[in-house]
Design a protein around this ligand. Structure first.
Ligand code: AHR
Length: 320
C-alpha cells in the first residue's frame, strides 16, 4: 500500500499534477536583464521546490504586455497567489483589478506600482529604492570629503529601465542627498536599461560628450552593478583607468561588483537583496492559511566599498 502511494506521489510530481492541498503560485518574472535578476529567479524557483509549492513561472523578457498576459493566464488557472515584480510602475490597475475581482491575492515582489488604490495588491516585499539612492549619495559625499576635503564633482548617471521603480527612486534618493552640495552635479543622465551591454554603450557616448571633456572629477553612478561593469569595459577600451581617473558607484552588491572593487576598478556598491524567495513564500503560506500579512516588507541592506570588498568576496560568491 505504502509503495503504491509513493509511486502515485512520484507520478503526480513528474506529471506536474497539483496534489490535494498543494499551494499553486503564479510568478510573472519581468526578464533576465541582470545578475541580480538571475539570483532573484533562482531564489523564487529554489524556495518553491524546497517547500513543495507548485510554481507556475513565466519570463516576460522585459515586456510589460507579456507580464500582463502572464497575470491574466494565472487568473484563468485560478492559482492561489500571484507574485509580480512590475517592469514599470504604471499601467497595472486594470489587470490588478481583475485579480482582485477573482479573489486572487497579488504580492508585489521587488518592484512597486504607482496606484492610489493600494487594495489592488496585498503586500509589497523588496527593497527601499529611495534609501538605496540615498546610500549611494551619502557614500559619495563622504568619499569626496575624505579624499579632497570638499564635495565637488561631475556625475555621469547610468539610469535603469525608464519608468521602473528602482530607476525613479534611486535617482530621487541620490538627488536628494547631492542637492545639499551645490558643487556636486549630475551632468549627463541616460538609460542603460539595467543591462551590461547598454551600460557599455551609454558610457561610450558619455566619453565622447563635451561634458566628459570638461569634467574635473568624473563620477559614474549606475542604478545597478551590471551597467557599471559595462561602463568599466568602455572606459578601459578608451584607455581610461576607471580606478584612478574616475569614481564608480553601483547598486545591487553582486559578486562581480565586489570583484571589480577588489581589483581596484570600481569603488562602491550599494546592496539590493534579490534573495527574497523565503520571505515571499512565508507570506504566500500565511495568506493561504487565512492570516494577515504586513503591507510592506523592506529588506535590510548595506553599502560595501574598497575597504572590505576583497575580504568579503568569497562570502559574496556564495550569495549572488
Ligand atoms: O528591481 C531590482 C533591479 O532590477 C536591480 O537593481 C537590477 O539589477 C534589476 O534589473
Amino acid at each position: 500500500m505504502k509503495k503504491a502511494l509513493a509511486l502515485l506521489v512520484a507520478f503526480a510530481i513528474t506529471a506536474g499534477t497539483v496534489m490535494a492541498g498543494q499551494i499553486t503560485v503564479g510568478f510573472a518574472q519581468l526578464g533576465a536583464e541582470s545578475m541580480w535578476r538571475t539570483a532573484n529567479t533562482d531564489s523564487i524557483k529554489g524556495e518553491a521546490a524546497k517547500r513543495g509549492i507548485n510554481l507556475v513561472f513565466s519570463d516576460a523578457q522585459q515586456k510589460q504586455e507579456n507580464q500582463i498576459k502572464a497575470v491574466r493566464s494565472f487568473i484563468a488557472q485560478e492559482v492561489d497567489v500571484i507574485g509580480l515584480p512590475p517592469l514599470v510602475n504604471s499601467g497595472w490597475e486594470p489587470v490588478l483589478r481583475e485579480a482582485r475581482d477573482a479573489g486572487i491575492p497579488v504580492i508585489l515582489a521587488d518592484r512597486t506600482v504607482d496606484t492610489s488604490d493600494d487594495s489592488l495588491y496585498v503586500s509589497f516585499i523588496g527593497s527601499n529604492f529611495i534609501q538605496e539612492g540615498e546610500n549611494a549619495g551619502n557614500w559619495l559625499v563622504r568619499e569626496l570629503m575624505g579624499r579632497y576635503g570638499e564635495v565637488s564633482g561631475e556625475v555621469f548617471e547610468l539610469v535603469g529601465t525608464v519608468g521602473a521603480a528602482p530607476a525613479i527612486d534611486r535617482k530621487a534618493g541620490f538627488e536628494k542627498v547631492i542637492a545639499n552640495h551645490p558643487h556636486l552635479n549630475i551632468v549627463k543622465s541616460q538609460s542603460g536599461d539595467f543591462t551590461r551591454a547598454k551600460g557599455k554603450e551609454v558610457m561610450e557616448a558619455f566619453i565622447k560628450s563635451p561634458e566628459w571633456g570638461r569634467a574635473s572629477r568624473k563620477i559614474i553612478f549606475g542604478h545597478n552593478d551590471d551597467m557599471v561593469l559595462g561602463a568599466i569595459q568602455a572606459l578601459e577600451e578608451a584607455g581610461i583607468n576607471p580606478g584612478t581617473e574616475c569614481i564608480l558607484i553601483g547598486v545591487d552588491g553582486i559578486a562581480d561588483a565586489f570583484e571589480a572593487i577588489a581589483q581596484g576598478k570600481m569603488h562602491c556598491t550599494v546592496e539590493c537583496n534579490p534573495l527574497i524567495g523565503p520571505q515571499f513564500y512565508d507570506m504566500v503560506e500565511a495568506l493561504v492559511a487565512g492570516k494577515e500579512i504586513p503591507k510592506i516588507v523592506y529588506s535590510i541592506e548595506g553599502t560595501y566599498d574598497y575597504m572590505c570588498a576583497e575580504v568579503l568576496l568569497p562570502w559574496r560568491r556564495t550569495l549572488y
